[in-house]
Design a protein around this ligand. Structure first.
Ligand code: GLU
Length: 464
């Protein structure tokens, strides 16, 4: 390890998280399509998707707590990884027993088809995935921070490298699993997508398990994540005033971040419906599978992360690098701009028309600039501000904002226009795609402005 380079442990965490995210995003890319093909209506599928992606990020609270207090990071990651592999295998079983419910000739649901068993396997699979992610996700992120001394300047760049690992996985997962995109005539074809996700999860856990003892050491060469951090620490140090203020900052920023992911996570639901039904996906005569669109943000992250790092570095050299809090506000602003672009693109279009891929691609490009401004910087911020003995729990709290967002995302996606009358809290009528996208323009725009306004106060709280 050199001062410029990074410890080898970072690359082990990179690979472990890359394979896990491959599995998570690969499954997610086909999951709503699978449900809609054979099991549920579009609105019901959106809701289930919202609950799933929400709960998956709620259990990190439990996983963070258990790790800090009892198990340590390493054991939690192995347990979480195995639980998720079982979850993906149950989805594989679900898609293996599912039967087509709609006949091509009649185009109507056949009431004689009973898919109860497929639904039971699917729901149990989701349960295992939700629980497993709780043990895996906060702990792997905490371990990135614990490879470094608390004040090590390399932390931001370490989290950006780690975030690239997340997104290499998130790029390849949908591309690989998307190959096995079935349809309502052949829903069992989806089973290979879920099997592919299960194999990736097993690889992730195995690599981590085999190499953890060799590479996961802190800056003094001591093994990290082997046991609880909580007990002896808390009896020595009750929380100081400064630590309490830092925790408050994490909570406040996490609350704003809810607005980011609620709009961003439309990727797996309403934006997938939009890609499926209203986007012309032909490139030189080849029709791109709908699920491939979900790789776009991840590809953009991998391409743009070094560019963003360079932008921050250059601004820093001139003394103009925005604070971490302001970067979170920029993230929200980029998100708002992405929706503004697509709202313009779909204005006054015929509901049966298909628009160019440019609009969705442009939206994902802007969203990625926002994501890079917000997400890795947020992880690094949490790692810097958390008291050591609560590090994993605080990561769990950070991910809790993603949980709330995802639930909200599923609810907001039910506003997607389908010809029936829809309204936002009974206040605003949503009659067109333009109205639908404008909801997100306004929501994230207001959050961006509010966070930018209070950023000086938060910066002071972080320093004091
Ligand atoms: N794309 C990020 C990941 O998959 C999102 C994490 C978050 O919601 O904070 O890890």
């Amino acid at each position: 390890m050199t001062q410029q380079g990074h410890p080898k442990g970072l690359y082990l965490l990179f690979v472990t998280e890359m394979a896990e995210r491959f599995s998570y995003y690969g499954m997610r890319a086909v999951f709503t399509l699978y449900m809609v093909a054979a099991l549920f209506t579009m609105d019901a599928a959106s809701e289930i998707y919202g609950y799933y992606t929400g709960l998956v990020y709620l259990t990190p609270l439990l996983g963070g707590y258990v790790a800090d207090r009892y198990w340590g990071n390493r054991r939690s990651i192995v347990v979480g990884g195995l639980l998720m592999a079982v979850g993906q295998l149950l989805l594989f079983l679900s898609a293996s027993v599912v039967q087509p419910a709609i006949s091509e000739a009649e185009g109507v649901i056949d009431p004689a088809v009973d898919n109860q068993l497929a639904i039971i396997f699917m729901m149990s699979g989701l349960f295992f995935l939700i629980l497993g992610n709780g043990f895996f996700k906060p702990n792997i992120s905490t371990m990135v921070g614990s490879l470094y001394a608390p004040d090590d300047k390399r932390k931001d760049s370490a989290f950006t490298i780690f975030y690239m690992g997340i997104n290499v996985g998130a790029t390849l997962g949908p591309l690989a699993c998307g190959i096995f995109e079935g349809n309502y005539l052949n829903p069992t074809y989806f089973r290979w997508a879920f099997l592919c996700a299960a194999i990736a999860m097993l690889v992730s856990t195995l690599v981590f398990w085999l190499l953890k003892n060799k590479y996961l050491r802190d800056y003094q060469g001591q093994p990290v994540g082997t046991g609880p951090t909580h007990h002896e620490q808390v009896q020595k140090h009750p929380l100081t005033r400064k630590e309490k203020q830092h925790i408050a900052v994490i909570f406040i920023i996490a609350a704003f971040v809810i607005f980011f992911w609620a709009a961003y996570e439309q990727a797996g639901v309403s934006l997938t419906y939009f890609a499926d039904q209203q986007t012309d996906r032909h490139i030189f005569g080849w029709e791109m599978p709908t699920s491939y669109f979900q790789s776009f943000p991840a590809i953009f992250v991998v391409l743009l992360a070094p560019v963003m790092n360079l932008v921050w570095e250059t601004l820093g050299r001139f003394g103009h690098e925005p604070s971490s809090v302001l970067k979170q506000a920029f993230g929200l602003a980029f998100l708002s701009l992405g929706y503004l672009l697509i709202a313009y693109g779909v204005k006054d279009i015929d509901p049966a028309a298909k628009v160019s891929m440019f609009w969705l691609t442009g939206l994902y490009f802007l969203h990625t600039l926002g994501e890079l401004s917000l997400s890795p910087i947020g992880l690094s911020l949490v790692s810097r501000l958390s008291p050591k003995h609560l590090a994993s729990l605080m990561m769990g709290i950070w991910f809790m904002s993603t949980a709330v967002s995802n639930m909200l995302a599923g609810q907001l996606a039910t506003l997607y226009p389908d010809g029936s009358s829809k309204s936002l809290f009974g206040l605003v009528e949503i009659t067109s795609l333009h109205d639908f996208f404008m909801v997100f323009v306004v929501m994230s725009g207001i959050a961006a402005i509010a966070l930018a306004c209070i950023s000086p106060v938060l910066n002071r709280m972080m320093k004091e």
